[in-house]
Design a protein around this ligand. Sequence first.
Ligand SMILES: NC(=O)c1ccc[n+]([C@@H]2O[C@H](COP(=O)([O-])OP(=O)(O)OC[C@H]3O[C@@H](n4cnc5c(N)ncnc54)[C@H](OP(=O)(O)O)[C@@H]3O)[C@@H](O)[C@H]2O)c1
Length: 326
Amino acid sequence: MQAWLCERTDGPESLVWRTLPTPEPAQGEVRIAIHAASLNFPDLLITQGKYQVKPALPFVPGAEYAGVVEALGEGVTHLHIGMPVAAIAGTGGFATHACVKASQVLPLPPNFKLEDAAAFAFTYGTSHHALIDRAALQTGETVLVLGAAGGVGTAAVQIAKAAGARVIAAASSDEKCAICRDIGADATINYTHENLREALSRQTAGQGPDVIYDPVGGELAEAAFRSIAWRGRYLVIGFAGGHIPALPFNLPLLKGASIVGVFWGDFIRREPAAHARSLEALSAWYAQGKIKPVIDELLPLAELPRAYQRLSSREVYGKLVMRIGV
Ligand SMILES: NC(=O)c1ccc[n+]([C@@H]2O[C@H](COP(=O)([O-])OP(=O)(O)OC[C@H]3O[C@@H](n4cnc5c(N)ncnc54)[C@H](OP(=O)(O)O)[C@@H]3O)[C@@H](O)[C@H]2O)c1
């Protein structure tokens, strides 16, 4: 097999392309011939040693991928050879093959495209858990999505719309705002040029958004929180801006509002039944055409360094997907 290997955690520039023995699945594992793998922000952090999970070196990055089952380890009965599947394994995706625990493999329904499946569970799973489960989003509520043209952001826009909410998408450029309108946002704010608080007040008749979805952090967070509606829920998703914000405690008091942490990786580990229900709901929405991954570019696996470069320069719309072995 061939793979991009992380031998030192000093960033994606240090990844090396290696030819390795094709692994045999251990007990309870399957081997997948990978057809597509997508890039998520944590795939960047993990190569820098900055992610919550720190795998032993060397490892193959690539948290999320899709392909076809090629070999079964002992004891695996619910999957079969030739089955199209997706995997959320944390690592292993930027390669032609991977062995993964059968419990981390999701059989795909008919008509689920492999490149969509490779760009699905991580972002849509996070945004569904955040908006529907953690924030208990109600039909007719207003949701503000920050970093709305990114991976989890585009998923959040689509999920909030599918749930019957009004969506205000905020992003750093007019081009990113246009993408958000294309996928259903009702209104947009370009936070490079517009004052976030003034724009939110104007767009919500002074009431503020009921739910704020924040994968960016940094300076935007306090301005956004100061605009939240009475009984609002502020979803802490991530800190792509690099800076972890801090809030004065009087702000949630004054609005009767909640700061709600979201950690999808631990949610799927601790609450597998709830995670399965979430994926089932998302698959149904995909089949009905209500949600669909926004794929900025499909690239050959050999171009992974360029994909990383695009992700870290903040220029990706939705997701980048590496095409592998097909
Ligand atoms: N809590 C969880 O369970 C969970 C799960 C998945 C991901 N996450 C986190 O969510 C965040 C977003 O992940 P993603 O995969 O959606 O990433 P992404 O596609 O790169 O999107 C991140 C967005 O953040 C904004 N941004 C602001 N400053 C940035 C900077 N210096 N560098 C890069 N982007 C910047 C960009 O939007 P603008 O240019 O419009 O500002 C960008 O579109 C990450 O922090 C990730 O770790 C958390």
